[in-house]
Design a protein around this ligand. Structure first.
Ligand code: ZN
Length: 123
């Protein structure tokens, strides 16, 4: 597997959301990459994002892929973290009808059957 992606996945195993900061133009970005998507520089720092953010948009999934049929309906959203970083993940709540764009959420982590850490957001 790609080593840049490995660092991101290892971060998740340790319950961290890692991102890259470009040493040249100082832009932050996710997902991790070998080169800055803004200026092409390859001198990048790995940093840890705050584990809280704001719901930027979301959708309610009613027709789920096979592995998630029993969990539907559920929410998938884009959460804006610090430094304008955006990440897509599940947003878990017992009150789907009360979710609003702009709501504050916190990152949390689950393990799947293969012991892989899964990031989600919750209230
Ligand atoms: Zn850059």
């Amino acid at each position: 597997m790609d080593s840049i992606l490995n660092s991101f996945i290892d971060g998740l195993k340790n319950e961290k959301i890692l991102y890259n900061r470009c040493n040249q133009c100082e832009k932050d970005f996710l997902p991790p990459a070998y080169h800055c998507p803004t200026c092409g520089n390859d001198k990048l720092e790995i940093k840890e994002a705050k584990k809280e953010g704001t719901i930027e948009t979301f959708t309610v999934v009613h027709v789920a892929p096979t592995d998630f049929i029993e969990e539907a309906p559920y929410i998938v959203g884009i959460v804006q973290l610090n430094n304008n970083l955006r990440i897509m993940a599940r947003i878990k709540t017992t009150q789907i009808e009360n979710i609003r764009i702009g709501d504050k959420v916190k990152a949390a982590f689950d393990k799947n059957k293969q012991d892989v850490s899964i990031l989600f957001f919750t209230f």
